[in-house]
Design a protein around this ligand. Sequence first.
Ligand code: BG6
Ligand code: MG
Length: 221
Amino acid sequence: MNNKIAFIFDLDGVIVDTAKYHFLAWKNLANSLGFDFTKEQNEQLKGVSRVKSLEILLKIGNIELTDEKKQELLLKKNEEYLSYVNRMTSDEILPGVTNMLNFLIENNVKFALGSASKNAPLILDKVGLLNKFTAIVDGNHVSKAKPDPEVFLLGAEKLKMDPIKCVVVEDAIAGVAAANAANMISIGIGDSDVLKDANYVFEDTSKITTAFLKSLIKRNE
Ligand code: BG6
Ligand code: MG
């Protein structure tokens, strides 16, 4: 095993595009509460925990609720979200991801998942990737959300790797900030203007070449 470098992947927006399912479920919840919720507003929820997402949504709708009612809505939202997740297959793995994971496996580079989602293991299982990861850190394991580095530091610990030898792959500003705060190398997936704090940015994972990965591995040997 190459112990000089390891990767930690975000899930939503990097491995699969679950943001569209989160959006549908939050939008239906907003509509049932009497207000609309747009795709633009949904951007504010990317990388954000479920509880924090509800707070943002209720603020948009200018609605105040009891803790009991909030718990009920969180359950309702997650039930609808899971109805979409349960229909997911490997077809929904984003372009370039399978090739990149296979390249890392062939080159004996370990990788973990570092996600805010409490549904992460189920989603990885649905798309057939669960057993490829050496370690999983998800929303059930952390108390502080990204941009706090906790999720990635825990990932490095589980991989038995020094944080400065870990490369994080992230699509959210908060995720890139968390990787940088953990002293890790950050790869942003998306718009380079938005993810300007990342060490490297690629439009999507299929744009990450094996030549780039090889040079990254070599530089850390
Ligand atoms: C993050 C998503 O990965 O997980 C957020 O980007 C989501 O949109 C968060 O709110 C929590 O997900 P879950 O599956 O625990 O509701
Ligand atoms: Mg993400």
